[in-house]
Design a protein around this ligand. Structure first.
Ligand SMILES: Nc1ncnc2c1ncn2[C@@H]1O[C@H](COP(=O)(O)OP(=O)(O)OP(=O)(O)O)[C@@H](O)[C@H]1O
Ligand SMILES: [Mg+2]
Length: 343
């Protein structure tokens, strides 16, 4: 497509709204995926990821806002756009009486291809890497094998944009790593990828940027490094003198102090924004050894997901007896504190 080389984003979503009756699935969603980038799209169940993807695919019409791929409107230019995208859902359905190989060939033929010999070689390679027997009837395939059929067909295509909605649901870890290899290869070939996933290791391995969506709104967006700044690193050190000064620092959280051979072991979480000051304070205590572990995406993720889980628990406790319990109140306070610290 001519627009691919002209620097237009692969995906451009701004102020996107979509309601189902009284349920507001998308609420002013913003999401941009530059061409050639692998974008992780994360969020708890019901956050609006699949709805976003269905709008992009032209399967659903949004209520308001802008949704474009390669500069074209996803609704009006859906037919043209579909020649340039490939889509893998998390729950692949196949034609039950076709074999896996026939399904792959049918899906591939739908797109058309120039070089049949190269396609055959790549098909064989994909089947081998994904350990898929293409001779079995689709109705006999397990969930994971159905996913593999769709993934083989997707990676056989020469799409400019891969739209993947939890594509590795049901795949074992070995196959998941084959999947990440092919995503990397797609990126190296200049393709763009939107990857909706609950699997953090997958996202950490392949994504250039991550967008976290909640209640139909993007709540975090950035590169993994940028997002990691929002969280805390774990510091473990053995120091020579009394660690009491550390307890007085706001950036030091959950300080634990234990006796250690010839010194004192301290373990705490440090706000990354103030890590330099924290390390100076630790150094002043006479460091015997120190380990700083950067935050994982999981911690970032859990902060957002944790809120959802806690809110549900509070609601359940309130519902049980009509008034919030002490525990519920404490949780609500923790949540508020956490939020205040975040933004
Ligand atoms: N066809 C529909 N009719 C009514 N409500 C819908 C429909 N599709 C989605 N919703 C609602 O819209 C909201 C967003 O759902 P969506 O499927 O986009 O979430 P998701 O982020 O993909 O979640 P998951 O991680 O569970 O796949 C949910 O509240 C869901 O119940
Ligand atoms: Mg979904």
């Amino acid at each position: 497509m001519t627009t691919v080389s002209s620097g237009v984003p692969a995906i451009e979503i701004a102020g996107l709204d979509k309601s189902f009756g009284s349920v507001k699935a998308l609420d002013g969603l913003d999401l941009t995926v530059p061409t050639g980038e692998v974008a992780g799209f994360l969020g708890p169940n019901g956050a609006g990821k699949s709805t976003t993807i269905r709008v992009l695919l032209g399967l659903l019409r949004s209520d308001a806002g802008v949704a474009r791929m390669f500069g074209r409107d996803v609704w009006h230019d859906a037919v043209e756009l579909h020649r340039h995208i490939t889509y893998v859902p998390g729950d692949v359905s196949l034609w039950p009486n076709l074999t896996g190989g026939e399904c792959i060939d049918y899906l591939t033929r739908l797109r058309g291809t120039a070089d049949k010999k190269a396609l055959r070689a790549r098909r064989a390679e994909l089947l081998e890497r994904f350990e898929l027997d293409p001779r079995k009837k689709a109705r006999t395939y397990s969930k994971g094998n159905r996913q593999k059929v769709a993934l083989v067909a997707a990676f056989l295509s020469d799409a400019d944009l891969y739209i993947l909605d939890e594509p590795t649901a049901g795949l074992d870890p070995l196959m998941e790593s084959v999947f990440t290899d092919y995503v990397r290869e797609a990126k190296e070939a200049g393709r763009s990828v939107l990857l909706s996933s609950h699997i953090l290791s997958e996202v950490e391995k392949v994504c250039d940027t991550v967008t976290i969506i909640r209640n139909g709104t993007a709540v975090e967006h950035g590169t993994l490094d940028e997002l990691r700044h929002l969280t805390r690193s774990n510091v473990t050190a053995v120091v020579g003198s009394d660690p009491a000064p550390l307890a007085r620092l706001d950036a030091v959280n959950d300080l634990q102090v234990t006796a250690h051979d010839g010194g004192t072991r301290v373990t705490f979480d440090a706000d990354n924004a103030d890590i330099a000051g924290v390390l100076r304070a630790v150094t002043a205590l006479g460091v015997h050894s120190i380990t700083v572990t950067p935050p994982s995406l999981e911690e970032l993720f859990m902060r957002h997901y944790g809120d959802v889980i806690e809110a549900d628990e509070v609601a359940a406790e309130v519902a049980a007896d009509g008034v919030p319990s002490d525990r519920a109140a404490r949780k609500a306070a923790r949540r508020a504190a956490k939020k205040a610290g975040v933004r």
